[in-house]
Design a protein around this ligand. Structure first.
Ligand SMILES: [Fe+2]
Ligand SMILES: [Fe+2]
Length: 194
């Protein structure tokens, strides 16, 4: 039996085949589901579609322009902002095409429009989306992809990202998950050195 999230994901995937966003989205979606178990007062009908659709806007950015527009070497803030605005538009179209609740669609679009550049969270739903988005960066897969695409040696990258746990996350449970993922990434890094 397909859920509405399967249908949203299927449509989102048409836009996620760039910047490894298909892998990123799947991992962040799993974190969002885990975070939701701690916050029954959050709305999964907002959080889950928002995380599935948050990065669809990258599809509108030529691949040779993407790398300057995120990560520790961010230079091109206009393009970073552009992926949010395009993402909010595409997400709205996708949700309308599925007949999704209009009020929820508006909130999802507002969350996507600002998911990277807006440092303050607007709501608990927004917090959980922001946390789930960033959690993937601490996983062994996220570390592998990011250190090589940013051309930063793995150990330096691990040193850079470790203090970000306190800087980036809202929910204490997200900090715990980041620490747990980072431990896995660090022990995996040790095997790379052997
Ligand atoms: Fe993003
Ligand atoms: Fe993201």
């Amino acid at each position: 039996m397909k859920t509405i999230y399967d249908l949203i994901h299927k449509k989102a995937k048409l836009y996620l085949d760039t910047r490894q966003n298909d892998i990123h989205t799947q991992i962040s979606y799993n974190f969002a589901k885990r975070l939701l178990t701690y916050y029954p007062e959050a709305d999964e009908h907002i959080v889950l579609p928002a995380i599935l659709l948050h990065d669809v806007g990258w599809k509108m950015v030529p691949e040779d322009k993407q790398l300057d527009a995120f990560g520790p070497k961010l230079k091109d803030k206009d393009t970073q902002r552009f992926h949010e605005l395009e993402g909010a538009k595409i997400a709205t179209q996708v949700l309308i095409s599925l007949g999704y609740n209009e009020e929820k669609t508006r909130e999802i679009s507002t969350i996507i429009d600002g998911h990277d550049t807006r440092l303050k969270a607007l709501s608990l739903n927004d917090k959980l989306v922001k946390d789930a988005d960033k959690l993937w960066r601490f996983t062994p897969t996220g570390i592998n992809i990011d250190h090589s695409r940013f051309d930063i040696q793995r150990d330096f990258y691990l040193q850079w990202i470790t203090p970000m746990i306190d800087a980036w996350f809202f929910a204490p449970e997200a900090k715990d998950m980041a620490r747990e993922s980072l431990c896995e990434a660090i022990s995996e890094a040790a095997t790379h050195r052997e």
